[in-house]
Ligand binder design. Structure first.
Ligand code: SF4
Length: 484
């Protein structure tokens, strides 16, 4: 007899799905259409950006409806999924190597199902399915909400298919799904990108920008805070600054409304594009109480001519002007950035301009990469005379240069007290230490005063005793427990 979905973590059953109790084992069995799904395991490997990690969480949450629980052990898996990234070459190489290795797991385990999702699957899904005999299906990032139908198809006997269609519906409407027990949640507010930076594959893999409605997001976050214990929210999108354009809404308005939610402690957003940082958004950094005093604002290069070749639509001067305005309204704000070193035909002078920008901007930290060509982008069609040796040499130089800047900035943390959310612990030189991030995104380690006590997901005030370019050591001043 069909039962209520107790114990499966499902608040309501999707259409056409029923739960039965196995009279022999007492296990819950899920019936979808003609098929019965006993409890099974899914092993998932995610590459790339926060958006991909968020998508993976969403996929895992859907799969619970088909009785799949996540496993960290490949040998225990009935379903293996990869969520791929086409942006970074390294992630791409790792994915191909792991996909190749999975064929041995498939030989060992009869009935193992293998799927590939994400940006690589969007652009190369058909070729992947043809080339890798052990791959059952591929799916693009815009089809993740159809994952259960795809898994159903494979268990119904259909294999070797690709689904990389675009979601054509007018509105982008979802409910955030989380599978973890932490008080932090990613909330997707916009998908796709209209910018077409010449080096980037994202507009081709994730399509045009589409935003959720502001009210839907506010209700979504209220629900997460009230019923799922969420205290910190990261608003996500490829370019969150252009949120709401098609609906006459703005990111600043959204932040203003979220700032009013009782029980929400911290709000962050990423990724930003400098072209779309409005005065209204800058102003909200001075007034919203829950907005983190941190902004990750990718500049990519300090050279105006390189920015033009990248089609970034701003100049270094405009970028520095934004930082000045931000620091005026929010003097404590910490700024971080992304830099691509050695873009097509970058001259020594252009590279030096980036070093000058590092001096002027005083970033708290940077993510830096050597340019690598991505197939099907406009930059890939540009004739390029720069060698990989020069790229790597410049990257090393830039990273060492920035570390010196960071060291000086971070030295000022000493003797200051910071509020952190403790998010883990580890073994440092044989000693158990906890770690937390400040609201401005800096890492601080500390020795627990009560070694047996569990500090995970507590809020705490930590006083910094020493600081290096990348992290800091501190002492616990106040343990605020799970609610600050
Ligand atoms: S803004 Fe540029 S770099 Fe960022 S996702 Fe869009 S095209 Fe890619």
């Amino acid at each position: 007899m069909a039962q209520q979905p107790s114990g499966l973590g499902l608040s309501e059953l999707p259409l056409g799905v029923q739960i039965h109790k196995d009279p022999l084992t007492g296990q819950n069995l899920i019936q979808k259409g003609d098929l019965i799904f006993p409890p099974r395991k899914v092993w998932m490997k995610t590459f790339g950006c926060q958006m991909n990690y968020h998508d993976s969480e969403r996929i895992l949450s859907h799969l619970k409806e088909l009785n799949f629980d996540q496993t960290e052990e490949l040998e225990a898996a009935d379903l293996v999924l990869f969520n791929t990234c086409a942006v970074r070459d390294l992630a791409n190489q790792k994915f191909y190597s792991q996909l190749g290795e999975i064929k041995h797991a498939k030989k060992k385990k009869n009935g193992l199902v293998v799927g590939v999702g994400g940006c690589v699957a969007q652009t190369e899904g058909k070729e992947l399915v043809e080339k890798y005999k052990h791959l059952d299906f591929a799916f693009g990032p815009d089809t993740i909400d159809m994952i259960n139908d795809m898994v159903y198809r494979t268990y119904a006997g259909d294999h070797k298919f690709t689904i990389n269609s675009w979601d054509r519906s007018e509105n982008f409407s979802i409910e955030t799904k989380i599978t973890h027990g932490s008080p932090q949640a990613f909330v997707n507010i916009i998908k796709g990108c209209n910018k077409y930076c010449t080096y980037c594959i994202v507009p081709y893999t994730r399509g045009k920008e589409r935003s959720r409605r502001k009210d839907e997001i506010v209700q979504d976050v209220k629900r997460l805070v009230e019923y799922q214990g969420i205290q910190e929210v990261m608003l996500l999108g490829q370019n969150v600054n252009s949120f709401g354009q098609e609906n006459g809404e703005t990111l600043a308005e959204l932040i203003h409304d979220l700032d009013q939610i009782n029980g929400l402690e911290l709000l962050r957003y990423t990724t930003s594009h400098p072209y779309d940082v409005s005065d209204e958004l800058i102003a909200i950094h001075g007034t919203a109480k829950k907005l983190a005093p941190h902004l990750h604002l990718p500049v990519q290069s300090g050279s105006g001519t390189v920015l033009q070749r990248m089609h970034r639509e701003y100049t270094p001067e405009h970028y520095l002007g934004l930082l000045e305005k931000l620091r005026k309204v929010a003097p404590q704000i910490v700024i971080s950035t992304d830099i691509i070193v050695g873009f097509v035909n970058e001259t020594e002078e252009e590279f030096q301009d980036t070093l000058k920008l590092l001096d002027a901007a005083q970033f708290d930290f940077i993510y830096s990469y050597a340019y690598s060509e991505r197939k099907k982008t406009r930059a890939a069609k540009m004739e390029d005379f720069l060698t990989d040796e020069i790229r790597m040499e410049r990257l090393r130089y830039l990273q060492a240069y920035q570390l010196k800047i960071q060291e000086k900035i971070r030295a000022s943390m000493v003797d200051q007290t910071f509020r952190v959310l403790i998010d883990g612990h580890g073994n440092m030189g044989g000693v158990k230490k906890y770690k937390g991030r400040t609201t401005c995104g800096r890492l601080i380690h500390f020795l627990p005063p009560e070694p047996e006590k569990d500090y995970q997901w507590h809020w705490a005030d930590l006083k910094v005793t020493s600081a290096s370019a990348l992290s800091a050591q501190g002492v616990l001043v106040r343990d605020l427990g799970r609610r600050p």
